[in-house]
Design a protein around this ligand. Sequence first.
Ligand SMILES: Cc1ncc(COP(=O)(O)O)c(C=O)c1O
Length: 309
Amino acid sequence: MTLPNFAFFKGRIIPYGDAKVGVLTHTLNYGTGVFGGLRAYWNGDENQLFLFRPHDHYRRFLESAKLLLMELPYSEADIVQFTMDLLKAEGFRTDAYIRPLCYFADEIIGVRLHNLHPELTIVSIPFGSYVENEEGSHVTVSSWRRIDDNMIPARGKIAGSYVNSAFIKTDAQRAGFDEAIVLNQDGHVAEGSAENFFMVRKGVVCTPPITDNILEGITRRTVMMLLRDELKLEVVERSIDRTEIYLADEAFYCGTGVQVAAITGVDHRPIGNGKMGDVTKKLRQVYFDVVRGRSAKYREFCLPVYSKA
Ligand SMILES: Cc1ncc(COP(=O)(O)O)c(C=O)c1O
């Protein structure tokens, strides 16, 4: 991976190589940090880089920080501005991924959330696809369970909880699958290792509710809106049983990284006819138009990074 040129670190933009923390840093030892993941899309026709739904991403970022009792001296608008400054410094003319992290900078021994000092970093790198087979993933139902809200808040993007995601992803890939579907403690479908889950069954699109230990995905919200308003489909948030997936007509993941990726098989069973279905296909077309700023109707989601020449 190409390393970034710059980092937002301790309140300013500095060379990436100078953005360093000590090995005793609280978050490095205990996972007590929160992070985000945004994408910026290059639109060659307009010579413009569009940052997708930055306010929504940073609202969730600050909510995740609130769950860990982190009080940053920055507003959502401040962090959007830092991100814009960073992207301008990098000068990308390609799709990019942005990684904000709020971490406890204290170099101490002692597990807790109180009386600690949070700091913000942001970095950005050029970025393409997150999964290899986004047009037809073969996935497995993980033997791991999704973290429960009463263990680590599942709705927050909390660094330590990604050990759970890492187990899920690695075991799926070592077993020869592209990804996994993870169940919650009740045995209902939660999501993928780092993406939300949808299935289409009998003409209705279903996705787990936010009380089933899922991350409250920004892409999930975008996709629900596009399915309803553009594809004119009924979308229902309800608990999903494992074997419903086996009988689904279509299934897909969505997330900032994965974007919209078709799931065409689960544990060697084809979903529908084993090929990407019409709903997923149409949704992907609409989604990519929206994120690249090509849809006038949804243009307000796309923040232009560069000022017009
Ligand atoms: C566990 C998990 N679920 C779902 C998502 C999708 O969320 P979003 O659409 O906000 O990127 C992510 C993405 O980072 C994730 O880490």
